[in-house]
Design a protein around this ligand. Structure first.
Ligand SMILES: [Zn+2]
Length: 249
């Protein structure tokens, strides 16, 4: 028999796959390619996009000595914190700075908004989302923290955990959408507004401090869209230091 010439391995393969009709084979191959394109390619792409960002943001924590960032590292220059493109400040910004004065050559952002931030504080590693940005006004002593937009004070709370002494203002956007701004870690006894009061843009809310989960004087500033929860926080950076070409939600 000429069957002796057959490679038994190939023969098994042929037999197994031949069980299916040509149409079925094409469908199976199509499904395999489809799954690859729809699931695997996007997953790999997303992973490769986000991995370098995470590394960058942890590197850019700067002095990183603060639990909620750190203003002890006041020697950080703006150039070390941001890349050149992001140095454009106030250009088309939605809001003014949340300080009475801001010297762009001295004052700095020490920690960015991040979905997961790892900090080492007194030897302890803390991991979690950083739902705002940390801003330090170095150029002035006892810098005044100011509302970035008019609205109603919904929280004016004294305390020495978490946000420390902090204020939350509820605003309405031009489109009638509700949003909130949060100002944390202010100096004991400095809160200058009460819950329920109306505030104007630029109105003084308190003095930049280090109360709560903080190791150095700084303002932790948040913007929350729609509802007043940390899960609704968005990156405030573009709203006050808008980068060229960056879209604001
Ligand atoms: Zn912070």
């Amino acid at each position: 028999m000429s069957d002796n010439n057959k490679n038994p391995i190939l023969d098994i393969g042929k037999t197994a796959f031949s069980f299916f009709s040509f149409k079925t084979k094409m469908i199976v191959i199509g499904v395999v390619i489809g799954v690859f394109l729809i699931i695997i390619v996007p997953v790999v792409a997303i992973t490769s996009i986000f991995t370098p960002n995470t590394k960058n943001s942890s590197e850019k924590k700067g002095g990183g000595s603060g639990s909620d960032s750190s203003s002890t590292s006041v020697t950080i220059s703006v150039n070390e914190v941001f890349d050149e493109e992001s140095l454009t400040k106030y250009e088309n910004a939605t809001f003014p700075m949340p300080f009475e004065t801001w010297d762009k050559n001295k004052d700095v952002v020490t920690s960015r908004f991040s979905k997961s931030r790892t900090l080492t504080v007194n030897g302890k590693v803390q991991t979690g989302a950083h739902t705002g940005i940390d801003i330090v006004c170095i150029s002035k002593s006892s810098p005044k923290v100011c509302a970035v937009a008019s609205g109603t004070v919904v929280v004016a709370k004294a305390g020495n955990t978490g946000y420390g002494n902090y204020v939350v203002i509820q605003h309405l956007s031009d489109e009638g959408k509700r949003f909130y701004t949060l100002y944390a870690h202010m100096v004991n006894g400095s809160i200058a507004v009460v819950e329920g009061s109306e505030v104007k843009v630029g109105q003084v809310l308190g003095i930049m401090g280090s109360t709560g989960n903080s190791t150095g004087a700084h303002l932790h500033f948040e913007i929350r869209l729609n509802d007043n929860t940390s899960s609704s926080a968005v990156n405030p950076y573009p709203y006050i230091f808008r980068r060229r070409g960056e879209k604001v939600k």
